[in-house]
Design a protein around this ligand. Structure first.
Ligand code: FAD
Ligand code: SF4
Length: 400
């Protein structure tokens, strides 16, 4: 075979370190460009070529039904439920369903390796993507690294590794690019376990966030924006701290979120077989979306170990979303006492379960649509997907 007849990725080299990535300021550092599969970047990159319909058809055999209220928001699915691992994993982000599933996928022989993200030995928040071959390596990847992670760079290790069946764990932008190059990977089977994701940051952006939100930024080991409208921080001495969303220093934080995340509409990870998050569940539980039969096959690995409960929904998000759009745009910061009061009120009477999920999706999609129209008007029409346009159309947005 001549070089010219080889497929593009066998002729390509990863992009050299320090080179500007093709998506420029919108790059989420998903890692594809650090592998030879950079050869497909123009069509595969989530920020250069938004293609939800094709992605969903490829992964699930059909695209989402925009007239189905749940699919409009949460994507193609055959089942939604909430769960807790009956024996939670110490140190996991929530109860550890994701890590347990990765372990079971290896132990049961379903896959040869799990693509997941460990942490740097020097910094708990610096991600280190790996192809885990043992349960211990999967468990070492538990807990979120709340920073942009170049997960797909480990694709470069696949050729010659002996890995033929892979479980990939990742957030939406990583999974969009992975699905786009899936057919060219040297694999017999690919399973995709997706995490919902919004408002990710670079490592330096994370520092600014921690310094503005926590009483002790240096000791934070874990945090999550939770369904009680508070950010829950855990510190290295085991103590907990909670801060109402409404107390955040919005003027300072407006510049912290990565531009990729301010232009993302894949909050619920449309291309995954199974999604495990928390946003559609009641406080303390995890939220599971089975998108297709492969997703159910993954869930089967751990279902007997789960305390399951049906999804539920309560409250009405719409007025709160509309008020939030205007407050965010004007970068209003509430005084501490008022933020606490609003927090208590919203926690008691605000949206719950799936309605909390819709609240969060509406708030982020409206903010992001406005950001794209202001900062990248040339791509706005093509980049904002049809389902997001339908959701955004329900609100009054400030002028772009
Ligand atoms: P664990 O068992 O602790 O496993 C965590 C897994 O996350 C590990 O396998 C690891 O490989 C993977 N991981 C860690 N950091 C990253 C990263 N930076 N990129 C890709 N993969 C990573 N859920 C929601 O419902 N709403 C949200 O807004 C939301 N935002 C998120 C933002 C980020 C940056 C991340 C990483 C996750 C987010 N999630 C969100 C998912 C949620 O926080 C939990 O990760 C999920 O519910 C699994 O919990 P667990 O205890 O089962 O995970
Ligand atoms: Fe490359 Fe991924 Fe950045 Fe797109 S988001 S330019 S595919 S590294």
């Amino acid at each position: 075979m001549t070089t010219a007849s080889l497929p593009p990725h066998e002729r390509a080299r990863p992009l050299a370190k320090g080179r500007v990535k093709p998506a420029r300021d919108l790059c989420s550092d998903c890692g594809l460009c650090d592998s030879r599969w950079v050869a497909y970047v123009r069509t595969a990159c989530a920020f250069l070529n938004q293609q939800f319909e094709r992605l969903e058809e490829k992964a699930h055999g059909r695209s989402r039904d925009l007239d189905n209220a749940d699919e409009l928001y949460f994507g193609v699915h055959q089942r939604m439920t909430t769960a807790r691992l009956a024996a939670p994993i110490e140190g996991a982000q929530w109860t550890g369903i994701v890590s347990r599933l990765g372990v079971r996928a290896l132990e049961s022989g379903l896959v040869d390796a799990v693509l997941c993200v460990q942490q740097s030995p020097d910094d708990r928040f610096t991600p280190v993507p790996v192809l885990a071959r043992t349960p211990e390596q999967v468990l070492a990847a538990r807990v979120n690294k709340p920073t942009l992670s170049p997960n797909l760079q480990v694709l470069e290790q696949l050729p010659g590794s002996g890995i033929r069946r892979l479980l990939a764990i990742g957030v939406g932008c990583q999974i969009q690019a992975l699905r786009a190059v899936q057919d060219t990977l040297p694999l017999d089977a690919l399973y995709v376990l997706g995490l919902p994701c919004v408002d990710n940051v670079s490592r330096s952006g994370l520092q600014t966030f921690l310094e503005s939100a926590s009483r002790s930024p240096a000791t934070v080991v874990h945090y999550e924006f939770m369904q009680d409208f508070r950010i829950h921080f855990r510190h290295s001495d085991g103590s907990a701290e909670t801060v109402p969303f409404f107390a955040l220093d919005t003027p300072k934080l407006k510049g912290v979120f990565a531009p990729s995340c301010l232009s993302c509409f894949d909050y619920t990870n449309a291309g995954a077989d199974l999604v495990v998050g928390y946003m559609g569940a009641s406080f303390g539980r995890q939220w599971l979306v089975v998108r297709n039969p492969k997703g159910q096959q993954l869930l089967d690995l751990v279902e007997a170990e789960l305390d399951l409960a049906p999804v539920s929904s309560g409250g009405d998000r719409r007025a709160a979303v509309q008020q939030g759009i205007e407050a965010y745009d004007k970068a209003i910061r509430l005084p501490g006492w008022l933020a606490e009061l609003v927090g208590v009120f919203v926690q008691r009477f605000g949206p719950k379960g799936l309605e909390y999920g819709r609240f969060s999706i509406d708030s982020h999609f409206t903010r992001n649509a406005l950001w794209v129209r202001r900062h990248h008007p040339e791509i706005a029409e093509q980049h904002i997907p049809a389902f997001a346009k339908k959701i955004i159309g329900r609100y009054r947005l400030p002028a772009a």
